[in-house]
Design a protein around this ligand. Structure first.
Ligand SMILES: NC(=O)c1ccc[n+]([C@@H]2O[C@H](COP(=O)([O-])OP(=O)(O)OC[C@H]3O[C@@H](n4cnc5c(N)ncnc54)[C@H](O)[C@@H]3O)[C@@H](O)[C@H]2O)c1
Length: 304
């Protein structure tokens, strides 16, 4: 070949000419899974979503539809594009329906045992020899999920950010056993049809972004807990003083305090550093069900 090789060609070369990913599965349709399903459907991919029961499936479908409607109100998507996106989505409660998927993104709660169980199931169900099993985990080392399967070379982290339709970043996480082809296909999937900015991380709890972000959020919670300053002043300090789009306590509420705590626990388990230890206030709020925006109350009251 002569002339300059374009990025797409290079990705194709690195991924060994494997077929482009067209059929995607998403397991878990909560905050993240619904966003991942939405961006995949808007990219014209055939998307199958799995939830645990009909109620959770309906809740997830509603969340996804409302997000598209918000996009319509913001002028980011047209009625016709919404119709088109919805036509690419199908829904199931049966994990075995994932059999024909080329790539499945797992987005169930941040619970290692639950995720390992899902990966064990997917390994049994996925038919294609080169199917990719990806996790959207924020912090659990991907190797732990790879070892729950018989094909750890096809297991990779594809970590999206919340809200998925808005935030551009994806971390691709490669384990000691992930094949270069799997990494290249995962990166091509995120950068190609989904138009995401890809960064690569080694397989360490928290990867790049959460290893840096979580200690900051925990420091803000400790500051509140010790009576150092009010929640509003802590957040205003970082918004107005550092030009952050939102303060750390509001961000923790947006992420979900259960997820924030689970990520802190994974980081602490991996590195045993006090900066990753969840403060008691966070633990008490999670125990009380004050999980942040999704629960209507966390550090702030969201009135629903
Ligand atoms: N919340 C964030 O800001 C954020 C950002 C990036 C990554 N993540 C990661 O994404 C994952 C999901 O987080 P979330 O915030 O969407 O959680 P969530 O609690 O909103 O959603 C999890 C969903 O998984 C479903 N589920 C549980 N077991 C299932 C199963 N066996 N099969 C299918 N569905 C199942 C639940 O019913 C629920 O709807 C976690 O690993 C989290 O760490 C979260």
């Amino acid at each position: 070949m002569t002339g300059r090789v374009g990025d797409d060609d290079m990705v194709q070369e690195r991924s060994g000419g494997a077929p482009a990913i067209e059929r995607v599965g998403v397991v878990g349709c909560g905050l993240m899974g619904s966003g991942i399903a939405e961006v995949c459907a808007r990219a014209g991919l055939d998307v199958l979503v799995r939830e645990i029961d009909a109620g959770a499936l309906e809740f997830g479908r509603k969340r996804l539809t409302e997000s598209l409607q918000r996009g319509l109100r913001a002028g980011k998507v047209s009625e016709a594009e919404i119709e088109e996106a919805l036509s690419h989505l199908s829904w199931t409660t049966d994990l075995s329906d994932m059999a024909d998927r080329q790539l499945v993104v797992e987005a169930v709660m941040e619970d290692e045992e639950l995720k390992a169980e899902v990966f064990g199931w997917l390994d049994k169900v996925l038919v294609a020899d080169d199917a990719i099993l990806a996790s959207n985990t924020s912090s659990i080392p991907i190797m732990k999920l790879g070892m729950a399967t018989e094909r750890p070379e096809q297991v990779v982290g594809i970590h999206f950010f919340n809200p998925v339709p808005v935030l551009n970043l994806v971390e691709v996480v490669t384990t000691l056993l992930t094949s270069p082809e799997t990494t290249a296909r995962a990166a091509a999937f995120a950068a190609g049809p989904l138009h995401k900015q890809v960064i690569h991380s080694k397989d360490r709890a928290g990867f790049i972004v959460n290893a840096l972000l979580i200690p900051y959020l925990l420091s803000a919670i400790r500051m509140l807990e010790t009576g150092f300053a009010s929640a509003a002043d802590i957040d205003t300090g970082m918004v107005e003083g550092c030009n952050h789009p939102m303060g750390p306590l509001r961000l923790a509420d947006l992420i979900g305090l259960d997820t924030t705590m689970a990520v802190a626990d994974s980081l602490y388990a991996e590195f045993k550093e006090p900066l990753y230890a969840a403060p008691p206030l966070l633990a008490r709020m999670v125990e009380a069900g004050l999980l942040g925006r999704k629960a209507g109350r966390g550090f702030y009251d969201y009135g629903h």
